[in-house]
Design a binder for this molecule. Sequence first.
Ligand code: FES
Length: 144
Amino acid sequence: MRTYQNQDLIVYWEPENCIHVGYCIRELPSVFNKKNRPWIDINGAPPEEIIKLIDTCPSGALRYSLPEGSRVDPNLAKGPGSLHYRSEAPRVEVRLVASGPILIKGPSALYDESGELLKTGDALSLCRCGKTKNPPFCDGSHRF
Ligand code: FES
């Protein structure tokens, strides 16, 4: 994990968890810019703006915390991007079946690329072999 810090905010980046969709770069380029080294300029925007952006990071690769003496209102730093955030939502289990689907157990909602809701439920089975005739769901074709 890499860290970037000033007196008000610490930003953490876990490159192995990043899915590189570029959301942070598009939404807050004064802070997140791949052309710069380091690519995160923690002084490029007010800490509250950085916190707001990180709370929407889809992969969780970006996180934050407040250093001691930070001037940021701690109530603004309790979102899903906080290093100390603990969701109160029920845990969803995701299992990879050997040579088979991804099984999701727990209250879930599945959306397509455009954000359209495909399915909700407490059990989803998603194809990862590419043979299904009903993508993105497993239809058992992986066995043949
Ligand atoms: S994993 Fe079952 S059809 Fe692909």
